[in-house]
Design a protein around this ligand. Sequence first.
Ligand code: PEP
Ligand code: MN
Length: 353
Amino acid sequence: MIILLNKHIPQSSFEKIIDKLQNFDYEVINSTVQKIIFINSEIDTYPDHIFSAMPGVEKIIRTKIRLPKILKDSKSAVEIKNYHNLSIPHDLKPTIIAGPCAIESEEQIVNLALKLKSLGVNFLRGGAFKPRTSPYDFQGLGITGLKYIKTASVKTNLPIVSEIMSTQQLELGYDYIDIFQVGARNMYNYELLKELGRQKKPVLLKRSFSATIDEFLQSAEYLYANGNNNVILCERGIRSFETQTRNTLDLNCVAYLKNNFKLPVIVDPSHGTGLSSLVKPMSQAAIACGADGLIIEVHETPQSSVSDSNQAINISQLEEIISIVNTIYSVIHAERIGNNSVMNTTSQTVTIK
Ligand code: PEP
Ligand code: MN
C-alpha cells in the first residue's frame, strides 16, 4: 500500500500517521514534490479509511488487488450433506438442476420431479418464495410450497434447491431446503448473506443483473467470512442495452471464474435469455465454456406456467439438452476425467444434435 501525503502536511499530522504504522514495515520517501509512505507489510485486510480519513492524507494506492479469501480457500466441489456421494461438480457429467420457476401444487411438483428423475436430473428446483417485480403477481406458495416440494424430493431422492429472500425465510425453510438459492435481487442483501454464512448448508449464489464480477465475488466472501465456504456461483445474465432478450448471459464471467478460481460455477440459461428457444443453445455454450452445470426452468406445459412461462421448456426439450451437454462436458473435461475414449472419437465425429 502507498500513502500519498499532502505536500504541506503539518508535522503533528505526519506523526499521527506514523503512530498508526508502529506494527508495520514501512519507508518514508521525501521527494521534492511529495511525501510518500510505502508500506511493505501485508495490509490486505486493513480498510483504506483508517488512513484515508486522516488529515494530510491525499490518496491511498493499493499495490496489490485485494482478492476475496474465499478464492484461495474455496472448494473445487461442494458436497451435499445427507445425500451420499452427491456434490457439485459431480463425476463425469454436468450437474443438472431443473424444475419449475414456482411450485404451483403438490401434483405439479411431484409429477414433474418423477419425470426429471428419470432423465437423470441431479437436483430439483422450485420457488416457494418468489421475488416478483409486481406486488400483484403470484408471490409463491410459501411454506405450503416447501411441503409440496419436500414430498417430491422424498419420492425421488432429489435434493431441493430453493430461493429464500430473508433471514426469516431461512429459518422457515431450513428443514426443507438442501441448497439455499440467493436470487439476483438479493446478491447485495448482506444481512441475509451473513446469516447464510453462519449455517452450513450450501448456497447457490446468483449474480445480480447489475453486479460486476468483483462485486459477485465479494458477496461470496460474505458467506465465507461468516463461516460457510460451501458456495456455488451462478451466472444468470446481466442487464445490457439489448431488449430482444430478457438478459445478456455473460459467459465471459463463467470462463473467467473457471480459469482463475476453483469455485463451482452453474449457469442459468432460462433467466439468462428469457426465451425458451434460446435455452438449448446457451446451455450448450455454457458447458462448452467450462460451466460445471446448469439450472433450468422446466414445466410440463410451459405455456400454463404461473411465472416465467416464456422461458420454461418442456420435459422432452430438457431430455435433448441433457444428452447434448453430457457429450460436450465429456469432451471439454476429457483430460481431467481420463475419458480418452471420448477424445479419440472426437477426431472423427461428435454428434451434437
Ligand atoms: C429464479 O431462479 O427463480 C429467479 C428468480 O432467478 P433470479 O434471481 O436469477 O432472477
Ligand atoms: Mn423464474
